[in-house]
Design a protein around this ligand. Structure first.
Ligand SMILES: [Zn+2]
Ligand SMILES: [Zn+2]
Length: 445
């Protein structure tokens, strides 16, 4: 005979799960349905207290950076089967390319030879890091190659990302792709423990975001360690299982916006916590302007991709959509008023960014590097803005012209381009868009 009502058990279970996120506790609370109500109440409270203590000690709901199997707290993780995976969902294969199709194109005709020289200055070599190669994919597209003596010839940049054994050969033993408990993952550079890992991505979600942006879909084949085969959805499964709103979210946000919709708009992590695109948008909006890399601009890039994904297929509520749009409109307004006479932006595009930079670069407040970082990165999200948010065309023209002339001054300095590969590659990609409207996409580098 049941002495405790079903609704009580449901509420108690919900409370325990919400507070503890622990699978075994859920089972115990369900078992309370056969004991008396007072005992059940006391037992539930004790369980919740124990769960909280256990959670505080063992849970770290963030991704580890090693890329190896993640074991966070014995017995408290949901099993892989409990975590929502992406296996059975139909996908819209062209969704990512529609989301990332530039809205502002062909507004700045550039000298063809000069632009070709800039593109050429971004050639990659066999000793470049995985993160640098990912930037090259963003510029040249998925068919670009790099010479790899260790692999016996040229190899495709995306192949290196998608084939674990190949990446281990190319990167001197370091695997750019590993298996995890919930799928697969591109290991992340650990800034303090191993910052020289050539085969690691520099930001969580970077490789998945770049691959998705360059046309890879969830069925793209993967070759895991030991030749085991899989699909790119395994990387997304791992991201979802380990997802939290903490940490460096910006590339994860891009990957999720490109790969989940339209079929899926909510996800659940291994702690049984559920998330929606509204949660993601609210978190990105709430973060300080300078929270992300590259003068805080990746936050705006992520919000723009999210906004564009929502325009393709609604994934936000009206309220969240309004907040994203307001945030972007405010940033556009600020950029219009902070654009320098010469067309560039510096770290002074935002007072917060200016404060942060001047803290560690007091002696170099006007280093042109900051102008290249700010102008190239800002153009990246500005070219995606739909008409209702876009600034006047003259803003793009002036920024693009300054960027082109600035980069051409340094065109013979290969060391400079290599050292500043990230900002220069973002800039050159945007110049190609402003010039011709299309992503540069040659067969070979
Ligand atoms: Zn950046
Ligand atoms: Zn970058």
């Amino acid at each position: 005979m049941r002495l405790v009502s079903d609704s009580y058990v449901r509420r108690a279970r919900g409370l325990a799960v919400a507070m503890c996120g622990a699978q075994p506790l859920r089972r115990v609370v369900v078992g309370l349905s056969v004991v008396s109500r007072p005992k059940a109440v006391v037992a539930t409270l004790l369980l919740i207290a124990a769960g909280l203590a256990f959670t505080a000690i063992f849970h770290t709901p963030q991704r580890d950076s090693s890329g190896q199997s993640f074991a966070s707290g014995v017995g408290v993780s949901a099993t892989a089967a409990d975590v929502l995976t992406t296996n059975s969902v139909d996908r819209d294969r062209n969704f990512a390319s529609r989301v990332l199709h530039p809205s502002v194109t062909g507004v700045l005709p550039l000298d063809a030879k000069g632009l070709a020289a800039l593109n050429d200055s971004l050639r990659v070599g066999s000793d470049d890091t995985f993160s640098l190669l990912l930037h090259a994919v963003a510029v040249y597209g998925p068919t670009a190659c790099v010479s790899s003596p260790a692999c016996g010839g040229e190899v495709g940049l995306t192949e290196l990302a998608l084939d674990s054994d190949l990446s281990a050969r190319h990167f001197g033993g370091f695997r750019a792709l590993c298996k995890t408990r919930y799928g697969a993952r591109f290991p992340l550079v650990h800034k303090t423990l191993a910052h020289v890992e050539v085969g690691a991505e520099a930001h969580p979600g970077q490789a998945l975001a770049v691959l998705a942006a360059s046309g890879a879909d969830l069925a793209t084949p993967l070759s895991l360690p030991g030749g085991e085969s899989g699909e790119l959805r395994l990387v997304l499964d791992d991201l979802l299982a380990n997802f939290s709103l903490d940490g460096e979210l910006y590339w994860d946000a891009v990957a999720l916006s490109l790969l989940l919709p339209p079929a899926q708009t909510n996800w659940t992590n291994k702690f049984a916590q559920s998330f929606s695109f509204d949660d993601l948008a609210n978190e990105l909006i709430a973060r300080p302007e300078t929270a992300s890399a590259c003068l805080g601009i990746h936050r705006l890039i992520s919000l723009t991709v999210l906004y564009r994904a929502d325009r393709e297929r609604p994934i936000l509520t009206e309220a969240a959509r309004g907040r994203v749009s307001e945030t972007l409109a405010l940033a556009v307004q600020r950029l219009c008023s902070s654009q320098a006479e010469d067309g560039s932006w510096s770290y002074r595009w935002s007072q917060e960014a200016a404060k942060q930079v001047s803290q560690f670069a007091v002696s170099l407040p006007e280093d042109p590097m900051w102008h290249v970082v700010a102008t190239g990165h800002h153009l990246e999200w500005l070219v995606l803005l739909p008409p209702e948010l876009a600034p006047p065309t003259s803003v793009y023209r002036r920024a693009g012209s300054w960027l082109y002339n600035r980069l051409m001054q340094q065109i013979d300095d290969r060391e400079w381009a290599k050292k500043l590969y990230c900002p220069v590659s973002h800039a050159v990609r945007c110049l190609n868009v402003l010039n011709a409207g299309d992503r540069l996409n040659p067969d070979r580098l």
